[in-house]
Write a protein that binds this ligand. Structure first.
Ligand code: SF4
Length: 361
């Protein structure tokens, strides 16, 4: 992997860049000794060092609270290992698999759900990648392959083109979805060669961008996303609900609108996973549901992500957003419902028998 030479990787780099006062050196050292540290020059540019609550700094600058592990937290919070039949593959749902070709990222998010698994290290070895591809070939129900990691867009265009080409040559693989933070944290990596590497005839490629605050969508990031979209690669987004970054309706709404303005459809808003040392990031589920109600009230449907929870232990994602429909009576054949509108007003929906039951005695 080649990264931009100015990526900040050591506590001294953060101090020299003015992102951390020298007095905090020992505590930053302790966190960096436990969890990977990297912050690109593009991210550093977005940080206001004078703001102690800067929403970008909070995501990437180590915090001693990361060394406090709550009893409910776990090293593998979404249960990847329980569904990994061969190295680099997670097969949790019938029609799709994760393929993790690399454990390296361009930046290391302090709240990462795979923080025990990612860091400077290796990509899948050639034989492991071959075995992972063999697994996909041998499972004809796999319709979609999600390249995850680590961040797959740290790979060179040559390596990406090889993986995408191998996947596209498998008849039953119709969709390749790439999850990445690179378009916002290292936008110059989205070169014409990399964009070409993501496309292969006969297969639809999507990129899902991880972004948590509207300020991440800098002019350079927007241009990088436009290079992907203009080349015919649709983009979706995923965001993590993070205390102190986007846990208020105005900030979250601004992020969703900024994404849609960039032609990126908000897809998931993740409730924070139970990764070690991340309690200071997590909101309550009720808070998340209230935020989703606020978004529903104030923003276009295009701007609405699905609020999801990865069930601890590897049981998959479930939507946990608020419900707007309540059953208020009626029999099995003609239940009565009440539906809530975007202002909180409640309205009766008349009892209507299912079509198949009409006319029966
Ligand atoms: S880019 Fe993704 S995998 Fe990498 S540290 Fe951030 S959240 Fe974790």
């Amino acid at each position: 992997m080649r990264t931009h030479p100015r990526t900040l990787r050591r506590p001294d780099d953060l101090i020299a860049a003015g992102l951390v006062p020298r007095a905090r050196r020992a505590e930053i050292d302790a966190v960096a000794a436990r969890y990977a540290l990297a912050l690109t020059a593009d991210v550093a540019e977005l940080i206001d060092p004078a703001d102690p609550h800067d929403a970008i700094a909070r995501q990437f600058v180590p915090d001693p609270a990361e060394l406090e592990r709550a009893p409910e937290e776990m090293a593998d919070p979404i249960g990847d290992a329980a569904h990994s039949p061969v190295a680099g593959i997670v097969h949790r749902y019938p029609d799709r698999v994760l393929l993790k070709p690399v454990r390296v990222c361009a930046v290391y998010c302090r709240f990462c759900f795979r923080r025990e698994a990612v860091g400077p290290g290796r990509a899948l070895a050639g034989a492991e990648l071959a075995a992972a591809l063999d697994y996909i070939r041998a499972n004809p129900q796999v319709w979609e392959v999600i390249l995850s990691g680590g961040d797959p867009l740290v790979l060179s265009p040559r390596r990406l083109a090889h993986i995408v080409g191998e996947l596209a040559a498998i008849d039953h693989v119709k969709v390749i979805r790439v999850h990445s933070r690179v378009p916002v944290v290292a936008p110059r990596r989205i070169t014409p060669a990399l964009v070409r590497a993501l496309k292969a005839p006969g297969t639809a490629s999507y990129v899902v961008l991880h972004a948590n605050h509207a300020r991440e969508l800098s002019p350079k990031a927007r241009a990088a996303c436009a290079r992907l979209i203009d080349a015919g690669i649709p983009m979706l987004s995923q965001s993590v609900l993070l205390r102190g970054v986007n846990d208020d309706a105005a900030t979250l709404g601004e992020l969703m609108r900024a994404l849609v303005e960039c032609r990126i459809k908000p897809y998931y808003l993740h409730h924070g996973d139970l990764a070690p040392g991340t309690a200071h990031w997590r909101t309550g589920i009720a808070e998340g549901q209230a935020l989703m109600r606020a978004l529903r009230g104030r923003l276009s449907g295009l701007c609405q992500p699905t609020y999801v929870l990865d069930i601890p232990g590897g049981h998959g994602k479930s939507p946990i957003g608020p419900s707007y429909l309540a059953r208020v009576g009626g029999g099995e054949q003609a239940p009565r419902y009440q539906v809530e509108d975007f202002n909180g007003g409640r309205h009766a929906y008349p009892p209507v028998a299912p079509t198949g039951a009409r006319g029966r005695p």
